[in-house]
Write a protein of this length. Structure first.
Length: 313
């Protein structure tokens, strides 16, 4: 009985709201009619109110269910194209555009972007067991070993935001690290299922690298020519004024990495070609490597990246 009363009350509210809608529509139409054709009897008003009740309740039900159906269809389409969970690697020489394009993948799939540096700093700050090991090594001036790096990755990918997958940005850097990662994933019955390489000629990279500025807190990347911050001003020689280089979202100062120089780039490219590129051959036999021409406009590259993500039927 109580449930029936609540149901009746709920319908009554919908009907009352519908009556108002119906009455308003009736009145608006009446005002458009010639006076001779207008009918002011109570029956017409009552019919409009009853019709409005049905219309109002029906519109409310349709609106709610339409929103639910739209959301459900969007989720269905997303999982139809991208399921099962994605474990993606991004590869490319310094300045190839990984940092610029990774947000497009995050937006499309809703997966977190994981970089070695970010994971390392987070583990140290959280004082996880592996993070404390890494902190001790760094304080002693040593280099963090592959075992520690793999341990940090193992901790990070167990977090809730990685439940449907994750994007590895700039890791692994060597074939040894790649094989250690494969062993880690195999222990969970998983494997890397997509590798995206941002391919670009070395000759183009110096211009990209030397004009790059970064936001420390988020890792957002800017470029004085291709993607300048809104605040940027140039001096008489056409170079950006450092004090005007601010992050678009926070207004915080941007910085240039010490290795974003022409001299440092030579060594970084040697390391990439010698140590990192062999990883592409390692995964190439599985048919999961997708090469993207990164020497194009940002929007064109983004379209190719998003297109590469969909499961081919």
């Amino acid at each position: 009985m109580f449930g029936a009363r609540r149901l009746a009350a709920g319908f009554g509210k919908a009907a009352l709201g519908g009556s108002a809608v119906g009455g308003s529509l009736w009145l608006a139409n009446k005002q458009q009619e010639p006076k001779a054709a207008q009918c002011n009897d109570g029956l017409s008003t009552g019919v409009a109110a009853v019709g409005g009740a049905v219309l109002g309740a029906g519109a409310c039900w349709y609106h709610m269910n339409s929103k639910m159906d739209t959301k459900a269809e969007a989720e269905k389409e997303r999982y139809a194209k991208y399921w099962p969970r994605k474990i993606i690697m991004l590869f490319g020489a310094p300045g190839a555009g990984k940092g610029t394009q990774a947000p497009a993948i995050t937006d499309t799939l809703g997966l977190p972007q994981l970089s070695t540096g970010d994971m390392l700093r987070a583990a140290v700050a959280a004082k996880t067991p592996v993070g404390m090991q890494a902190e001790a090594v760094m304080k002693s001036g040593g280099l963090v070993s592959d075992d520690i790096v793999i341990g940090i990755v193992a901790e990070r990918i167990q977090e809730a935001d990685c439940s449907t997958g994750f994007i590895l940005d700039g890791f692994p850097r060597t074939l040894v690290q790649a094989k250690a990662l494969d062993a880690l994933l195999a222990g969970n019955g998983e494997r890397v299922n997509q590798v995206i390489e941002f391919n670009i000629p070395d000759a183009v990279l110096e211009k990209r690298i030397c004009g790059r500025w970064m936001h420390k807190g988020s890792g957002r990347s800017y470029h004085v020519e291709f993607a300048p911050p809104k605040s940027m001003k140039k001096d008489a020689s056409g170079k950006p004024v450092p004090s005007t280089m601010k992050d678009d979202e926070t207004g915080e100062a941007l910085f240039q990495r010490p290795d974003d120089t022409a001299e440092a780039l030579v060594k970084r490219l040697q390391s990439y070609h010698g140590e990192t590129e062999p990883i592409l051959d390692h995964y190439g036999s599985g048919g999961i490597v997708k090469r993207i021409n990164a020497n194009q406009a940002i929007g064109v590259v983004k379209a190719e990246v998003v297109g590469a993500l969909a499961v081919k039927k």
